[in-house]
Design a protein around this ligand. Sequence first.
Ligand code: SAH
Length: 348
Amino acid sequence: MKQLLDYSFEEIEQIVLSLNEPKFRAKQLFDWLNKGADYEEMKNLPKSFIDKLKAQEYIAQAIKIEDVKVSKLDGTKKYIYRLYDGNIIEGVLMKYKYGNTICVSTQVGCRMNCAFCASGLDGLIRNLTPGEILGQVIAVNKDNKQGDERAITNIVLMGSGEPFDNYDNVTKFLDLVNAEGGLNISMRNISLSTCGLCDKIYKLADDGYNLTLTISLHAPDNETRLKIMPVTKKYSVEDIKKAVKYYFDKTGRRIVFEYSMIAGVNDSINHAKALVNLLKGLTCHVNIIALNYVKERGLKGTNNDNIKEFMDYLEKNKISATRRRTMGADIDGACGQLRRKYLEGKDE
Ligand code: SAH
C-alpha cells in the first residue's frame, strides 16, 4: 500500500511515466489529489489509468474524516480522522477574523510524556507520513471550502505528536503543502511547535525553513521544567535559548513561547522573574493560557487573578505577552486535549 499524497509533483510524474501514461496525466492527478478527490471523483482520468494505480496499490486519500464535533462556545471544529491502518488521530479547525487555522497532528501518540498532556498517555504508536499530515489539511479544506477558494489560511503543527521527533516527514510535508501546484500555503502562515528538541531547531534553520517557531516552554528554570517535561533531561532551558537565538539570527522570525499556567507548579511571581531573565535579549512573544483539564493528568489551571498578576509582571519588564483564548474546550479540542482514542462522551 502506498499513499499518493506522500509524493511531490515530480515524484507523481515519475509514477505516471512508469505506468506508461502520458506525462500530462500527472498534473491532472496531482490537482485532484490536492482537492481531496478520491478515484471515483477524478472525472477526466481514464478508468484504465486508475486501474493501473489501484493495481500498484496506490491509495488516493488514505486519511478519512471519521467524525466532526463543533464547539458551542466558539465554533471550533474538532476532526477525528481514521488512518488506513485503523489508527485514529485528531485535529482542530479554528475560525478567526483573518481566516481559518488548522491544527494538525504529526504522530499517532507522542513519546515526550509531558505531565499535563493527553497526547502522550499511551506513548508513541507511530509517525505520520508526509501525506498523512497533508491529508488532514486537504480533507478539512474540502470539508469547509465554498467554491474554489481555499478554506485554510494558516497551519499550526500543534496537534498530537512532537514534530521534531518526526523531522524528515514533517519537513517533506512542509515542502508539499508549500508547493506551487499544491495548496501553496506560505511558510509565513505556518507555525511549528516543539517541546524543545534543540538539535532539530538548528537543523530547521540550516535547512532554510522560515516559519514561526513556537517553543512549549511552560517553565523558566530547569528544576520546575523537569517536573513537568522529561525532555529537560536532554535539553536545558539555556540550550533552548541558544538554539532559538540561532533560529532567529538565520530567519529573522520572532520566536513564540507557549506558557500554560499550572496551579502551584509554574505560576508564582518568582517564576515570572525567572522568565523575564531567561527571555531578556530575545526577539520573542509569550502566549499564556491556563492549563486545560486532562482527566488522567490531574493538574489544574491557574486562576484568572494569578494569571493577571503574572502577566502584569511580564509587561512591567517589557516582555510582550498575550493571554490566548482557549478554544474548543467543550469538545476536548483545546491544547493538550488531543489524543488517539476517540472519546464519545466526556465521562468515559
Ligand atoms: N509536541 C509539540 C507540539 C504539541 S503543541 C510541543 O510540545 O510543542 C500542543 C501545545 O499544547 C504544547 O504547547 C503543549 O505543551 C500544550 N499543552 C499540552 N497539554 C496541555 C494542557 N493540558 N493545557 C494547556 N496546554 C497544553
